[in-house]
Design a protein around this ligand. Structure first.
Ligand SMILES: NC(=O)c1ccc[n+]([C@@H]2O[C@H](COP(=O)([O-])OP(=O)(O)OC[C@H]3O[C@@H](n4cnc5c(N)ncnc54)[C@H](OP(=O)(O)O)[C@@H]3O)[C@@H](O)[C@H]2O)c1
Length: 332
């Protein structure tokens, strides 16, 4: 089958590799579309724990089940599915266990014509989503869901700020929170992305590259009950300033690196909770997919690339050019 491999640091190769086989408890999925996450870029750049080359990247996929391994109900065959990329979470809702892994390293990922995955990872493809929209949902949707609802426990009517709204997970945080009745503001490096976020229900937005943006945000929008971040870096202290007394800051990434000189005194004096979050449990996955099936939430597909031009998809993400998800089309 055709697949995209990462063969070394910054080395992408279109390859013909043996078809995977569904092992015990697994299914074989013929993939229609896959989507990129920043994780795939970190792996390509050699900046991810447990690197193994060559590997087939990709954590997000949607397709049709074509075969089942022993112990799996044959009724799965022919069903349109999306794949939960959080494998082996374990039985503790508070955190994943030692056997946890993410599809697309160490296990082969979704940038391929076919994939074998445990049947327990499957959910039905939401009917109202195209293949591209369905492939865009899993990793970012799951991550955003857990950060916003499980960790930060956002309630309808609360005020929330999402940073870097052009990012895949950030945009889902905006869409889910708006659909749940929260009032949401955003930041971005691009005025155009802020305008687009407003069409999805954002109250307003601020350019994080503009000096003094956080002071302006506090003056014009006020403080926030919940802040969702994945940038980290030096700007994290501005988020602490923007949290309301008793506010919660949930974060799941550090695109801009660690945050030096965190203002500890402000955090304890103002009763602020800092909440780390990663991916999501099977319960988070079930809640997220049920929410998408019953609310008018459609993943935003920024661009679609054929597998033969997947390098262009990586380049777009590295340049931060996307608004929403970058999708790779695999078959009709
Ligand atoms: N722990 C987990 O489970 C988990 C899951 C998913 C993602 N992540 C991490 O979260 C981060 C985002 O992932 P993703 O896949 O959503 O990436 P992505 O689609 O590539 O989004 C990255 C976004 O970061 C924003 N950004 C860049 N510099 C920023 C700054 N100084 N302040 C605020 N935002 C800034 C940009 O927003 P604009 O385009 O609006 O400027 C950009 O679009 C990555 O570090 C990723 O590794 C972690």
């Amino acid at each position: 089958m055709n697949a995209l491999q990462i063969t070394g640091i910054n080395e992408l190769k279109l390859a013909t590799v043996p078809d995977p086989v569904a092992g015990p408890g697994e299914v074989l999925v013929d993939l229609r579309a896959a989507a990129l996450n920043h994780r795939d870029v970190w792996i390509k750049l050699g900046q991810y724990a447990g690197l193994k080359y060559p590997c087939i990247p990709g954590s997000d996929g949607a397709g049709i089940v074509t075969a089942v391994g022993t112990g799996v109900d044959a009724a799965w065959i022919g069903r349109a599915v999306i794949i939960n990329p959080a494998v082996g979470w374990g039985d503790d809702e508070r955190a994943q266990g030692a056997a946890f892994s993410i599809l697309g390293l160490p296990r082969d990922g979704t940038l391929a014509a076919r994939i074998a995955v445990p049947a327990a990872q499957l959910a039905s493809k939401p009917d109202h989503l195209s293949w591209e929209e369905a492939a865009a949902l899993p990793l970012s949707g799951l991550t955003a869901w857990r950060a916003v609802f499980t960790r930060a426990a956002l309630r309808p009517g609360e005020r929330m700020l999402v940073t870097g709204v052009g990012g895949g997970a950030a945009l889902f945080a905006l869409q889910f929170a708006v659909a749940d009745g929260a009032k949401v503001w955003v930041t971005s490096g691009s005025e155009e992305k802020i305008v687009r976020a407003k069409t999805l229900g954002a109250q307003g937005g601020f350019l994080y590259n503009r000096a003094g943006w956080a002071v302006e945000a506090a003056k014009t929008a006020g403080l926030f009950d919940v802040i969702i971040d994945s940038a980290g870096g030096e700007g994290f202290n501005e988020l602490i300033d923007l949290a309301a007394p008793g506010g919660r800051i949930a974060f799941f990434g550090a695109t801009r690196g660690n945050s030096p000189g965190i203002a500890l005194r402000k955090i304890f004096w103002r009763q602020i909770s800092l909440l780390g979050s990663t991916m999501g449990s099977p319960a988070d996955w079930a809640a997220m997919t049920a929410f998408v099936a019953s609310h008018p939430v459609k993943p935003v597909v920024s661009s679609v690339f054929p597998l033969s031009r997947a390098a262009g998809a990586f380049a777009l993400m590295e340049a931060g050019g996307q608004f929403g998800k970058i999708v790779v089309h695999l078959a009709d």
